[in-house]
Design a protein around this ligand. Structure first.
Ligand code: NAI
Ligand code: MG
Length: 398
């Protein structure tokens, strides 16, 4: 087996903590790799005026695969104030390095699996018939288009004349907003392209086929947002009919999906959506399986670049703890997604089984799993530390 090189991007706060734990698990499970560190995050903003230095982009370009912890973002005025004194007033503008990574490498496919572990005390439960309590096991994978939609950054407040005039050519704009003073208008555009929409749909269908999910659900709102959601639905129907006839295609509106989430979450398999609704649906489903301590993700580009990361952020309030209390599972699960991607399925299954065993046994639980408020005292009150959780997972690896 050739040894892989993985770029590690610890970032800020607990990003560094959980990334080290994931590597400990990868090592113990027998995954052979060399890791090269990439600078990213707040420290490089303060020191260099760039939280995503070019040398880090070059490293990812070279090695193609990265494991990312989390970064800290702060509002513009705070960012400016923390810039080192020699860089201040020189026109540096902060922008999130994770958004920068997505844009630079066109990481347009974001995959967020939400699968419940048996025995996780954070699993969603609902009232069944009579007074029974059901605990439906959720196994949903959300495919979120990651570069377009409302997050593409094409927006204005007080739009320039050319833009305003172009909007005025649309009868609905003229009718509904034509009398609003232009300086009182804020416009954020929702842009979908056929190419990117086709890519996310194909990725979703291929995943469903490969992992034997029965259905793909397009979660948009085509009855109202006719052009963009409508495009996704139309393309989905054609792709399903032409290439994936064995997979059922469902259509839910994002609002109704949020309601059905607590009614029948076990009935969904693969869900595909644009950037905004995919973000909402993936956070919502993550809530059913344990929340941020369990939510993992992967991002892929069309040029074979892949970045794996937990959904959570840098949780700065926990970053300075002498003994870390955060749950490493979301990061470890993200590392498992990396193993699946590079074909190391035996190792990823072994790790997932070890996580499942620890959770089902229920002896070792981080503070979030014990429903405690996150404070240093949780350790005295029976919660496992981050590294104790990792140790327990490693002990179960067979
Ligand atoms: P966050 O995800 O960092 O933390 C929110 C809360 O979730 C924490 O206070 C904690 O209670 C819980 N939490 C998060 N990770 C956990 C874990 N592994 N185990 C147990 N509990 C966990 O989000 P927040 O506080 O909104 O943002 C903090 C910073 O992170 C901000 O600067 C934000 O911009 C950044 N951020 C970065 C992301 C990324 O790097 N992809 C994503 C989200 C936020
Ligand atoms: Mg989100």
């Amino acid at each position: 087996m050739t040894k892989r090189t993985i770029v590690t991007l610890p970032g800020d706060g607990i990003g560094d903590v959980v990334l080290q734990e994931a590597i400990r698990v990868l090592d113990s499970a027998g995954f052979e790799a060399s890791y090269v560190h990439g600078d990213i995050g707040w420290e490089y903003w303060c020191k260099e005026g760039n939280p995503l230095p070019q040398r880090t982009i070059d490293l990812i370009d070279k090695h193609k695969i990265a494991l990312f912890g989390a970064i800290t973002s702060k509002p513009n005025d705070e960012a400016k104030a923390e810039l080192s004194s020699e860089l201040r007033g020189k026109g540096f503008i902060y922008s999130s390095p994770i958004v920068g990574l997505r844009q630079h490498f066109n990481l347009d496919i974001c995959v967020r699996p939400c699968k419940s572990y048996k025995g996780n005390p954070l699993n969603f439960v609902r009232r069944g018939k009579g007074n029974t309590i059901d605990e439906p096991l959720v196994d949903v994978v959300i495919f979120r288009q990651n570069t377009e939609c409302l997050y593409s950054g094409v927006e204005w407040t007080n739009p320039p004349a050319q833009v305003y005039q172009a909007f005025m050519t649309h009868p609905k704009f003229a009718e509904n907003f034509g009398k609003v003073p232009v300086e009182e208008l804020s416009i954020s555009t929702r842009i979908f392209t056929k190419k990117a929409t086709t890519r996310i749909l194909l990725a979703a269908f291929e995943h469903a086929r490969k992992y034997k999910y029965k259905s793909v659900t397009v979660c948009e709102k085509p009855n109202v947002i006719r052009e963009t959601s409508g495009l996704m639905w139309k393309l989905a129907r054609a792709i399903q009919q032409n290439s994936f006839p064995e997979i059922k295609l469902l259509n839910t509106n994002i609002d109704a999906q949020m309601m059905w989430l607590t009614k029948n979450p076990e009935e969904y398999g693969v869900i595909v959506a644009g950037n905004m609704f995919g973000d909402i649906a993936s956070d919502a489903f993550a809530g059913l399986i344990g929340g941020l301590g369990f939510a993992c993700s992967a991002q892929f580009s069309s040029d074979n670049i892949a970045v794996f990361e937990p959904t959570h952020g840098s949780a700065p309030k926990y970053a300075g703890y002498e003994v870390s209390i955060v749950n490493p599972i979301a990061m470890i699960e993200s590392a498992c997604m990396m193993l699946d991607y590079i074909g190391e399925k035996l190792i990823s299954s072994k790790i997932r089984k070890a996580i499942a065993d620890v959770i089902e046994e229920g002896k070792v639980r981080t503070y979030d799993m014990m429903k405690m408020a996150g404070r240093p005292e949780v350790l005295k009150n029976g919660a496992a530390s981050t590294s104790q959780m990792t140790d327990a997972i490693i002990a179960k690896l067979k």
